[in-house]
Design a protein around this ligand. Structure first.
Ligand SMILES: [Fe+2]
Length: 308
C-alpha cells in the first residue's frame, strides 16, 4: 500500500476486530448548545483513558465561562475510576471553546493536537494581534502529533492521522477499532464539514475523507458534531466507514473530487460564521488557555473588526 500509516491503521483495526488486540470502551457526551460530541475512551484492562474534544461552556452575552459539560466528564471519569493519560483535540475548534486545560488540571493527562496547529496559531495570532505572550510554537500543548504517530492508552494502541482540509491541522485518532474523525465527516445524511476557514481547503478535505474511507468497511467512526439532518428526530454521532461510503450525501463512492470541491465551495460561500468563532479560536489557538490577565487583573477577548 502506498500509504504506510493508513495500512498500519487498517491492520490495527483488523487485529482488534479479530480479537487479537484490546477494544476501547467509549462513552459519549453530547453538548446540544454547540452540537458537539465529546468522548471518554478507555482501556478496560488498565482503566487508562483519553478524553477527546471537550467543551467549555461559554455564554457569549454575559462573557461568562462555566464547566457544566466538563464536570459531567469529570464525574464519569471518577465514577469509573479511570486514569486520564491524554486530553486530545482533533483540531482548533471554531464553534466551541475547549475545556482541555481545565480537565488536565482536574484529571491529569497530556494535552495533544496535530503539529500543524503552529500554522493555525500563526494565522490567528496575526488576526487577533496577539502579543509576544502567545508563543505560536505549539508549546501550549504537551504533545504535537504528526501523521502516523503511535501512542498508547493503557493496552490500547492508537495512531494519529493528519486529515487536513477543514483546517490545516485536523487530526483523526484511530484507537483500537474506533476512529475519532473530528470535523472531516458528519453523519451520512448530513455530509461533510466546511472548508472555508483560514487555511481550509476543500480539495484537501476530500482527499483526507477518501483516506479515512479506505479503512475497513466495519470501522466505527465517532464524529465531533451532529446537526440532525432534515427529517431526522435524534442526534447521532456514530457511524461506520461502510455507511459513509455507501450513503454520505457529499462523498459517497462515485463522487468525483472536482464535483465535491465545486459543491463544497458553493455551499461554504452561503454559510455564516459560527456563533462562537471569535471567542473559540482565541482560546483554542492557545490550547484552551485564556488570554493573560490585563493590568486590572481581568481577562479579555478581542473582536477583530472586518477580519473574518
Ligand atoms: Fe471544527
Amino acid at each position: 500500500m502506498s500509504d504506510p500509516h493508513l495500512s498500519q491503521a487498517s491492520a490495527l483495526i483488523g487485529s482488534v476486530k479479530a480479537g487479537r488486540g484490546a477494544a476501547p470502551i467509549i462513552k459519549s457526551f453530547f453538548d446540544e448548545p454547540t452540537n458537539t460530541a465529546s468522548y471518554v475512551v478507555h482501556d478496560p484492562a488498565t482503566r487508562s483513558a483519553a478524553i477527546i474534544d471537550s467543551v467549555l461552556d461559554f455564554d457569549v452575552a454575559s462573557g461568562r465561562i462555566s464547566h457544566k459539560a466538563a464536570d459531567k466528564i469529570i464525574s464519569y471519569v471518577k465514577a469509573e475510576d479511570l486514569t486520564v493519560g491524554w486530553v486530545l483535540e482533533t483540531h482548533a475548534h471554531a464553534d466551541h471553546l475547549t475545556a482541555g486545560p481545565y480537565l488536565k488540571a482536574e484529571l491529569g493527562g497530556q494535552l495533544a493536537i496535530g503539529r500543524d496547529i503552529i500554522h493555525v496559531q500563526n494565522v490567528f495570532g496575526k488576526i487577533f494581534n496577539a502579543g509576544t505572550e502567545f508563543a505560536r510554537d505549539g508549546s501550549e500543548f504537551d504533545r504535537l502529533f504528526e501523521d502516523g504517530d503511535k501512542f498508547a492508552i493503557g493496552d490500547l494502541q492508537a495512531i494519529a492521522l493528519h486529515v487536513p482540509g477543514h483546517t490545516p491541522a485536523d487530526m483523526a485518532y484511530v484507537i483500537g477499532d474506533a476512529v475519532f474523525t473530528g470535523d472531516t465527516l458528519f453523519m451520512p445524511d448530513y455530509g461533510t464539514a466546511r472548508a472555508d476557514f483560514p487555511g481550509g481547503d476543500s480539495r484537501q478535505l476530500f482527499r483526507s475523507i477518501r483516506r479515512l474511507l479506505s479503512l475497513p468497511s466495519e470501522t466505527r467512526l465517532f464524529l465531533c458534531h451532529d446537526y440532525k439532518a432534515v427529517g431526522r428526530e435524534q442526534f447521532v454521532w456514530e457511524t461506520t466507514v461502510g455507511s459513509q461510503r455507501s450513503s454520505n450525501v457529499h462523498v459517497h463512492e462515485g463522487v468525483a473530487e472536482d464535483d465535491f470541491v465545486a459543491m463544497r465551495n458553493a455551499r461554504d460561500a452561503t454559510l455564516s460564521m459560527p456563533k462562537l468563532i471569535i471567542p473559540s479560536i482565541q482560546v483554542n489557538m492557545r490550547g484552551g488557555h485564556l488570554p493573560e490577565p490585563e493590568s486590572n487583573g481581568g481577562r479579555y477577548l478581542k473582536i477583530p473588526l472586518d477580519a473574518l
